[in-house]
Design a binder for this molecule. Structure first.
Ligand code: NAP
Ligand code: HSE
Length: 428
């Protein structure tokens, strides 16, 4: 007997998944046991890139999640509602769920996984982070015996594309964003991508898996790339760095709080993530005893996400075929406790800061004194340029507690010689 799929959504990801399932030759033989039984969409009149019979397509998505014949619901419609309610209904009705919806999982994961566990079914989400890159299953299974220290990712293709073009062309953020929207790389409303929110959802999911606890999304610090200027990219280049939007989850010891954050970061050119360019994603996992493992690949697109979604479906088909009543602990998500997240003031990091100052004697000395007052040690300080009448001074600190650095900056802002502090970026 075939396994019946109810697919919610036939956009980029849904269409890619249907195409893959309709072209199963040369792929895993279990794919042939899958039947695309119902597909839910918003409009029946839209032209579709795949052929489906009229009985399969419906605009009544509730009828899919309530249909006793459906074994697996594939939620690839996106958004928070009605996606959340439909996922919960499907789970309560005893159906396994595959989803690509990082926004829903990052916000409603606790309720979704609790419902799944109570119903004895699984929620699979490989496509939710890193598109086609296998990273969810590796964190849940292959790497789960490691004590994870750090998960560092370039997990948003849109911002990586923009930063790469700013770097290679010396262009402004707003010009590249406009071009990326014209070319279809960036959404008409780019907020979730450029303000770091999409990456925040993704690192919350990766942190939960890597560190074995729930993450409250409100505790995840997010800073986007709107304020990254071509001037900073040029200074970073001279100092031996590239600027990347990094999503980082880190824990120094098993008993210390987690740091979970998204922000533009100066990455040393020799670092493995420095060479990840364009729309590509990569996730570097560091743990003991494994050391470093990096996952790299396409973070979005029909084919990439179809690969991830269909591998989840395949896992569930295997579960359904083995017909066991006992839950597989490597497929469930049983975290009950919330991870303790450290406030940003406690973060230990290096900083890059750019100052515009009056060109007068003693300014660098005053900067050094203010930093010294708060225990901020400087790794480098350069004054190479002018902006009009104003001197431009760039500093890179040694590792410093963020709270101390900000106290020093507050004092520096009050110096009469300081005109403005246009940039503050963290350094990996
Ligand atoms: P999309 O192209 O906008 O497609 C959404 C689909 O869902 C459309 O078929 C739409 O129907 C249907 N839909 C949406 N709301 C509906 C509603 N209220 N009732 C009925 N049907 C509804 O989205 P996508 O790019 O495939 O993304 C889907 C999910 O995958 C999102 O959670 C996204 O974050 C995630 N994701 C996407 C990518 C990617 O590369 N695109 C990568 C990773 C993860 P119509 O076709 O009738 O409008
Ligand atoms: N908007 C996302 C990105 C799509 O740019 O990476 C994949 O989640």
């Amino acid at each position: 007997m075939g396994v019946k799929l109810g697919i919610l959504g036939l956009g980029t990801v849904g269409t890619g998944t249907v195409q893959l399932l309709q072209d199963s030759a040369g792929r895993h033989p279990l794919l042939q046991e899958i039947e695309i039984y119902r597909v839910g969409v918003r409009s029946l009149d839209k032209p579709r890139a795949v052929e489906l019979s009229t009985e399969v397509l419906t605009t009544d998505l509730d009828s899919i999640v309530n249909d006793p014949a459906v074994d697996i619901v594939v939620e690839v419609m996106g958004g928070l509602e009605p996606a959340r309610s439909l996922i919960l209904k499907a789970l309560s009705n005893g159906k396994h769920v595959v989803t690509a919806n990082k926004a829903a999982i990052a916000r409603f994961g606790a309720e979704i996984f609790t419902t799944a566990n109570q119903a004895g079914v699984y929620v699979m989400l490989e496509a939710a982070v890193g598109g086609g890159i296998p990273v969810i299953q590796p964190l849940k299974q292959s790497l789960s015996v490691n004590r994870i220290h750090t998960v560092t990712g370039i997990v948003n293709g849109t911002t990586n594309y923009i930063l790469t073009r700013m770097q290679t062309e010396g262009s402004n953020f707003s010009d590249v964003l406009a071009d990326a929207q014209r070319l279809g790389y960036a959404e008409a409303d780019p907020t979730a991508d450029v303000d770091g929110l999409d990456a925040g959802d993704k690192i919350a999911i990766l942190a939960s898996l890597g560190f074995g606890g729930r993450i409250n999304l409100q505790d995840v610090y997010t800073e986007g790339i709107r304020q990254v200027s071509k001037t900073d990219i040029a200074y970073a280049e001279k100092l031996g760095f590239v600027i990347k939007l990094l999503a980082i989850a880190k824990r120094d010891t098993p008993s210390s709080p987690l740091s979970v954050r998204v922000h533009p970061t100066l990455v040393p050119k020799a670092h493995p993530l420095a060479s990840i360019n364009g729309v590509y994603n990569a996730i570097l996992v560091e743990g003991e005893p494994i050391g470093q493992v990096m996952f790299f690949g396409p973070g979005a697109g029909a084919g990439a996400t179809a690969s991830a979604v269909t591998s989840d479906i395949l896992n569930l088909v295997a579960v359904l075929k083995t017909n066991t009543e006992v839950a597989n602990p490597l497929l469930t998500c049983g975290h009950q406790e919330y991870c303790q997240i450290a406030p940003m003031a406690e973060l230990i990091t290096r900083f890059y800061a750019r100052f515009l100052t009056n060109d007068q004697p003693g300014v660098i000395g005053k900067l050094g004194t203010c930093f010294g007052n708060y225990g901020v040690s400087l790794e480098s300080i350069v004054q190479t340029g002018f902006q009009g009448e104003l001197a431009e001074i760039v500093v890179v600190t040694h590792d410093v507690r963020e709270g101390n650095f900000r106290q020093a900056l507050a004092e520096i802002r009050d110096l009469s010689a300081i005109e403005s502090i246009p940039s503050l970026l963290r350094v990996l």
